[in-house]
Design a protein around this ligand. Structure first.
Ligand SMILES: Nc1ncnc2c1ncn2[C@@H]1O[C@H](COP(=O)(O)OP(=O)(O)O)[C@@H](O)[C@H]1O
Ligand SMILES: [Mg+2]
Length: 360
């Protein structure tokens, strides 16, 4: 038997002529930290709301743990949602906020107290029971919202940009905590974010979305190392795009003519067709080397540094070359020990670090 926990089968959701979700199919495993990642308006919230039962699909169906939940209302699904603006009630304290709705489940006072204590400890809010929303920081309010969703012991927690309102430092902390918490309780998380770093650092797998469709569904490492198209490559981290055309295939490789650089044998992991100009090459800034001297790498180009930006752990160099039309970005950890006379430099590239992509 197939052990996929959530099955999304050819789901579409149209609002008038907007295809918010456009014929999407994929599966989520039990206990997985799964993220939906994409720019604003690509359909992430709509897909999450379809899973929660706040929206019903225009077509397609949804299975959870083998049962068809497509037509079930939210309170009949074993899912719970944490919203971006965390919607906790201001007029009742933390404890009452968390208890809210639990009585309807027919639990005894003792059971309710036990569950509330358990989640308070999970989200590290013991001792905050009596506080009101106005007496909490943004991070603490977000924990209350999380506790309120977890206390109902859902099988799936749906999180819509839950860290979006937090400042960077707190956000980084909460990312780690959320990830640890998810692994400890072992329930399935479907997490929505527009922040690629966040998705990559937290998830077991990520679905990258654009215009209602899934562009790629992979592990974080695969997404970064092996993007399937120009959209994903551009959206996940920074990259340099080089104009290219494919020539003839050669086993797992293909001959590619790259701008004015010449013709090279590149690994053709996406099985891109011969003699196509609908392709592009991508090179990540950190895979190139910048140096004062020529190197023996596969490609070594003379360049001129037009600008640098020092970012602490790395420095970015923006380099002009004769061969490549666009300014090339190279990032390097070595800054102090390099002084470039007249901004002259060499940039080196290994063929293994060039990915050949389809434009679409
Ligand atoms: N209730 C609605 N009525 C009409 N259009 C909507 C509604 N909800 C979402 N949309 C549209 O659907 C698209 C996807 O929206 P959404 O799922 O909120 O994207 P995201 O969460 O990725 O930013 C957008 O074009 C949005 O304007
Ligand atoms: Mg949204």
């Amino acid at each position: 038997m197939n052990n996929s926990f959530i099955q999304i089968n050819q789901i579409s959701k149209h609002f008038g002529n907007v295809k918010a979700v456009d014929n999407v199919s994929f599966e989520i495993q039990e206990g997985e930290f799964f993220s939906l990642l994409g720019p604003s308006g690509c359909g992430k919230t709509t897909l999450l709301r379809l899973l929660a039962g706040f929206e019903y699909p225009t077509s397609g169906n949804l299975l959870l743990d083998g049962s068809d939940i497509t037509a079930l209302p939210p309170d009949k699904r074993p899912t719970n949602m944490v919203f971006q603006n965390y919607a906790i009630f201001p007029h009742i304290n933390v404890e009452k906020n968390i208890q809210f709705g639990l009585r309807k489940l027919g639990l005894t006072n003792e059971e309710i107290r036990e569950r509330v204590n358990d989640v308070l400890s999970l989200v590290k809010l013991e001792g905050y029971e009596e506080r009101f929303s106005s007496q909490l920081s943004g991070g603490q309010r977000q924990r209350v919202a999380l506790a309120r969703a977890l206390v109902r012991q859902p099988k799936v927690l749906l999180l819509d940009e839950p860290l979006g309102a937090l400042d960077k430092k707190l956000r980084d902390e909460m990312q780690l905590e959320l990830r640890t918490l998810q692994k400890n309780i072992g329930i399935t998380f479907v997490f929505v974010t527009h922040d690629q770093q966040e998705a990559i650092s937290m998830s077991d797998r990520v679905a990258v979305m654009s215009e209602g469709k899934i562009q790629q569904l992979s592990t974080p490492n695969e997404l970064y190392k092996n993007p399937h198209n120009i959209f994903v490559s551009d959206f996940i981290g920074e990259t340099n795009f080089l104009k290219a055309e494919t020539k003839s295939k050669d086993g797992e490789h293909i001959n590619v003519s790259i701008e004015k650089l010449g013709e090279f044998k590149i690994k053709n992991s996406l099985n891109i067709s011969e003699n196509s100009s609908d392709v592009i090459c991508s090179i990540r800034p950190e895979t190139m080397m910048i140096d004062k001297e020529k190197s023996d790498w596969d490609i070594c180009l003379e360049g001129k540094i037009k600008q640098t930006s020092y970012l602490g752990e790395i420095t970015k160099f923006y380099i002009e070359t004769k061969e490549i039309e666009k300014i090339i970005t190279v990032s390097s950890q070595y800054f102090d020990n390099q002084s470039f006379k007249n901004n002259d430099c060499f940039i080196s590239i290994n063929l293994d670090d060039i990915s050949l992509l389809n434009k679409k």
